[in-house]
Design a protein around this ligand. Structure first.
Ligand SMILES: C[S@@+](CC[C@H](N)C(=O)[O-])C[C@H]1O[C@@H](n2cnc3c(N)ncnc32)[C@H](O)[C@@H]1O
Length: 202
C-alpha cells in the first residue's frame, strides 16, 4: 500500500464526528489546553485588537484559523449565522462591528460550548444575540431565514461537506452570502498524523 492511500478511510463518518466532539468537549471543559498566545493569533489574522481585548479572556480561545469578518458587511437589520460558533468570538466581534444589524445567531454542536457563549454574552450584556445547539448537517433554522453566514475553522471538521453546503443554501435567503475561513491540505499528512485520532479535531 502506498504511503498516501486516499481510498483508505480510517474512520467512518460517525466515528470522525465522535472524535471531533470529544476533542472540543475536552477543550470546553478545560481537560485539553490550547497552546500558544490567542491574542497573537488574532492579531496575525487581522482582527481589530482593541475590540478583541474588550472581550473576556475566556472567549479569546484561539480556536480560529482565519478571519471571516474581514470581508463581512452587515446592513441594518440583517441576520447573521456563525456555523460552529464555539465560545462566540466572531459573533461578539460582529455585534461590535455592526451594532445596527439584526439578530446574530451562533450555532454549535456542543451544548457546553453554547452555554459558555451564553454566559459570556450575558456577562457582557450584549443584545440581539442567540446561541443554539445545532449541527452543520442539520441546522435548526427554517428555510431562507439568514442574510449572511460566517464560519471559522469548522467545515473541515464535518465529513459530509455536500450536506453542509446544501444546508447553507437552504437556510440562506436568495442572494444571501457566506464568508468562510478554513484549512486546506497543501501536502500529504505524515502517517503519524493520519493515525492520530486528535487530528480530526485540529
Ligand atoms: C475550531 S473550533 C472554532 C470555533 C469558532 N468558530 C472560533 O473561531 O473560535 C470548532 C467548533 O466547531 C464546533 N463543531 C464541530 N463540528 C461541528 C458540526 N458538525 N456542527 C456544528 N458545530 C461543530 C465545535 O464544537 C467547536 O466549537
Amino acid at each position: 500500500m502506498s504511503k498516501m492511500d486516499w481510498k483508505k478511510k480510517p474512520l467512518e463518518d460517525k466515528q470522525i464526528r465522535e472524535e471531533v466532539d470529544r476533542f472540543y468537549r475536552e477543550i470546553v471543559t478545560g481537560q485539553r489546553e490550547i497552546t500558544g498566545n490567542a491574542d497573537d493569533l488574532y492579531a496575525s489574522l487581522g482582527y481589530d485588537m482593541e475590540m478583541v481585548q474588550s472581550l473576556p479572556e475566556d472567549v479569546r480561545s484561539g480556536l480560529s484559523c482565519g478571519n471571516p469578518l474581514e470581508k463581512l458587511m452587515l446592513l441594518p437589520g440583517e441576520t447573521l449565522l456563525d456555523l460552529g460558533s464555539g465560545a462566540g468570538m466572531d459573533i461578539f466581534m460582529a455585534r461590535m462591528k455592526f451594532p445596527d444589524s439584526g439578530t446574530l445567531y451562533g450555532m454549535d454542536k456542543l451544548p457546553e460550548m453554547v452555554k459558555k457563549a451564553e454566559r459570556i454574552r450575558d456577562k457582557k450584556g450584549m443584545e440581539n444575540i442567540e446561541f443554539v445547539v445545532g449541527s452543520l448537517i442539520d441546522m435548526p433554522f427554517e428555510d431562507e431565514k439568514i442574510n449572511k453566514m460566517i464560519s471559522n475553522c469548522v467545515i473541515n471538521l464535518e465529513p459530509n461537506k455536500k450536506k453542509v453546503y446544501e444546508e447553507m443554501y437552504r437556510v440562506l435567503v436568495p442572494g444571501g452570502m457566506f464568508f468562510v475561513s478554513d484549512i486546506t491540505l497543501k501536502q500529504d499528512l505524515t502517517q503519524g498524523m493520519r493515525d492520530s485520532k486528535d487530528i480530526y479535531g485540529t
